[in-house]
Design a protein around this ligand. Sequence first.
Ligand code: SAH
Ligand code: SF4
Length: 363
Amino acid sequence: MKRNLLGLDAAGLAGFFAELGEKPFRARQVLQWVHQRREGEFARMSDLAKGLREKLVESACIAAPAIVGDTLASDGTRKWLLKVDGANAVEAVFIPEARRATLCISSQAGCVLDCAFCSTGKQGFNRNLTTAEIVGQLWLAKKLLGESKEERIISNVVMMGMGEPLLNLDNVIPALRLMLDDNAYGLSRRRVTVSTSGVVPEMDRLRDECPVALAVSLHAPNDRLRDRLVPVNRRYPLRELLAACNRYLEKAPRDFITFEYVMLDGVNDSDTNARELAAIAKQVRCKYNLIPFNPFPQSGFARSSDERIRRFASILQSAGSTVTVRKTRGDDIAAACGQLAGDVADRTRRTQHKVVAVKEVHA
Ligand code: SAH
Ligand code: SF4
């Protein structure tokens, strides 16, 4: 089996070249070719000796997931459906804004955690993505945005697509290291965000191995409600979760946790809930990001009204918290938070009229 070099970080590539009997600086050269120039053919890596290029053609490949859907929303949000193997597809979403452009990527096909309001959770768990499949989403997005002459710098990456990144850290951490590596994507630590529903031991591991920005999906201000909405809370209740947040922040005095809070009509959006939530800010250095619920068929939930969200936000603000309300992006193409399902058949049927250039963009 050929080694897929797309999924090797600097240390992994150095090991690979050592096995081939090559010098370690080859790792840096190949990182730059693969991730900065997005060159997929070893034969065109002109500053590598001919013999080495031939060896690489024999023993290695650069393989990203295949693109099976490319959909553009009316607000400029673009969603790619990526086939990761015979049965599974995942989604990546590009969200351009005035001063930045964010790529939202997936870490797993499906999710085992089954939060009550999430369509990814509803489809169950299929499998972990490999490092190449994770970083391949960024690789492909940059390549495609460049090719369509719409090149914009992807300034931020958020792991808020499908799956729970902290349940796939073996593959997520090398992908994060590539995002931060100056020879690859060179993103700063604060512009790469991992979002978790609160898998406490893995929060400690991320802090120790690659402490990027952390978003925590809180969604409820007390255990009774959180047990119902975010089932992993039964294993790691709020007290333990908040302690893990503080451990995460210990060594970074300027950092804060972003608490995500999905606004569910009549479920977690009362004045009392807002006051309970404000009390949490006294325990952890944090900002709140309120996410209007994005509906999907048979979810059983409804979005809180704009007025309710405003009132909820103002209670938090009066208590001294920083609050933002997430703009819903790409909901006309089911690309908004929690709408990603990655089911090829369903997705193609639903968005057929808006699928653009599917044939032309095969990687
Ligand atoms: N598994 C991780 C990351 C992926 S979900 C996590 O749960 O944090 C990214 C964010 O979208 C999470 O905050 C998640 O709770 C939220 N989300 C899920 N379903 C949603 C929906 N239907 N509407 C709005 N946000 C949703
Ligand atoms: Fe999984 Fe996150 Fe969806 Fe919960 S919200 S089911 S953890 S992807």
